[in-house]
Design a binder for this molecule. Sequence first.
Ligand code: NOJ
Ligand code: CA
Length: 689
Amino acid sequence: MKNMIIMLTAAAFLWSCGKSNVVTVHSPDKNITVTISTNDSGAITYFVQAIGKSVILPSQIGFEFKEHAPLKENFEIKEVRKLRYSQEWEQPWGEDRLVKNEYNEAAITFLEKSPNQRLLRVVFRVFNDGLAFRSEFPKQPNMKGEITILHEHTEFQLAGDHQVWWQPGDWDIYEHLYNTTKLSEINALKYQNHSNLAQTYIPGNAVNTPVTMKTADGLYLSFHEANLSNYAGMTLKVDTKNNLLTSDLVGRADGAKVTRKIPFPTPWRTIQIAKRAGDLIESKMILNLNEPNVVGDVSWFKPTKYTGIWWDMHIGTKSWDMASGRHGATTQYAKEMIDFAAENNIDAVLVEGWNTGWEHWIGFEDREGVFDFITPYPDYDLEKVVAYGKSKNVDLIMHHETSAAPRTYEAQLDTAFSLMKRLGIHAVKTGYVGKIIPKGEYHHGQWMVNHYRKVTETAAKYQIAVNIHEPIKDTGIRRSYPNEITREGLRGQEFNAWASDGGNPPEHLPIVAFTRMLAGPIDYTPGIFNIKLKPYKPDNQVNTTLAHQLALYVVIYSPMQMVPDLPKYYRGHPAIQFIRDVAVDWEKSLVLDGEIGDYVMIARQERNGQRWFVGAITDENERELKLDFSFLPKGADYQAIFYLDGPDAHWNHNPTNYEIREYTVNSSTKHTLKLAAGGGAAISLIKAE
Ligand code: NOJ
Ligand code: CA
């Protein structure tokens, strides 16, 4: 596998340069137009039209600082540089091997009129699938050195009271359920004291991104950011009376948001625009707004299916710590997991609770200096487990739970990663459970953005890929750092094991696919077969059918997919065959159909192979989906194995009712899939010999 990101074609033309009062930029297909100017008070103003309709009404961009007067008004346009850009590049791994990056750009330098004469450049890029802009602080005589931003004032004035799929603008955690309301009905503050999320901090009526909307005209919009580097994460404050969203950066103890040295750019503010909900998922705009690969060859990372000592802890059959007497991470149990992986075409095993410190994590305030990332518990022989894995061709995945004490982790990064390198371990799952220490820093503030990046950068030096839990949100950084492979950053499967609110409802993932998944890969950990969690968790369950669980391996994209249930629930179960077969790296991905919060159906072709896989999931409503196999190459027959909801399947009454059917299909086959309430369908397509 060629894992270098290579530029296949690239063309960039500077096609105009000058001065004007109003600047317009069109998407390459001319469907989207952005118009930028200054208003009566000299504020930078932009508005957006798509397919002849107003999408963003005149909205302003400005900043407030600690050391300087606000930079908000009194501007004139000093210079405009326009660029056309078209490029195709190859991902080392991903949903699609080839990515097209095509846009028109205008870089507009605004000059503040006397007396301050400061400069602010705003760069707009308009793609066929949306637009993005960022502010740049150029080198200038009247604003120098380090500046502290107190507030970024970027507005998104919507043209209507749209339907919105949102979660609260929590400064610490993205593990909330999505809500579906009108913009005017958003009420984020009622989630402040969520019983399952101890560290929740929601400062006002704001939402986190990606936040996705549907307009009355049937257009789909999603707001997010790209290339979040050395800056605070952005939440969006909601003015419910005026259909207005305004950036509200995640803060820190002193009340400021960002400290940076001029010159620097902000992250890109992104607006995806689509006529079809599925086009939001297929869009590569956020990835394209990131810099090309800076870490070089990552062929040492192979997209991976993994199992592990993990679900046991969440359903309570084992524990992370040793004091409980139910320690999960023993040499013996790890070997059993390796055997199970080897039998089932699973590449790797994650072992949580292997290192000392677990007696003093959740529930303790003084968590610095507790976790040790090199010392195993006495009943876990790390070297032996690694050697046993090697003998069976199964890799180990390292686990580093920091308990949100990043200084403790940073102090040990080099020793921890050196140990991994010596043992030939190329992937780590990290975790940041709890409130960040020191107090006053938040998971999504600038300080933590820089911590997460430091871990990714250091890991790259040791040829280590990172799967982050309780992460910073994904903003497409994997393009520059393809060792930042996947992350949590949503309400994962684990909530079904212990949430006191009934777990993730059947509509959860049909929403996630059009919201959180627009940001990037998700370590959801699909594939629970013992859906009612009996006998371990009588008050909890997974709220989908078994076929829905299988379909998630295709629907939810991640280059690292877990096979999380206890081996005894898979052994001898005919449906494990789908998990054995399904690919984790893709040549091409197509969203065949979908509506936000209702259903989604995705087809993916494996990379370096001819097989295709289809996954479809529905919410609490049963439905029929028309599946047209015209995406298959013409003239070839495929053996199709369908893993379907059985005739009586229902997420609650009969979740494990399923059936397997085999057909021969080709590019002219059409099929009606019947999905049960909370159900799904998973299909593997193998080219007939
Ligand atoms: C939270 C993670 O999301 C979960 O997967 C992990 O098991 C625990 N932290 C312990 O690290
Ligand atoms: Ca978590």
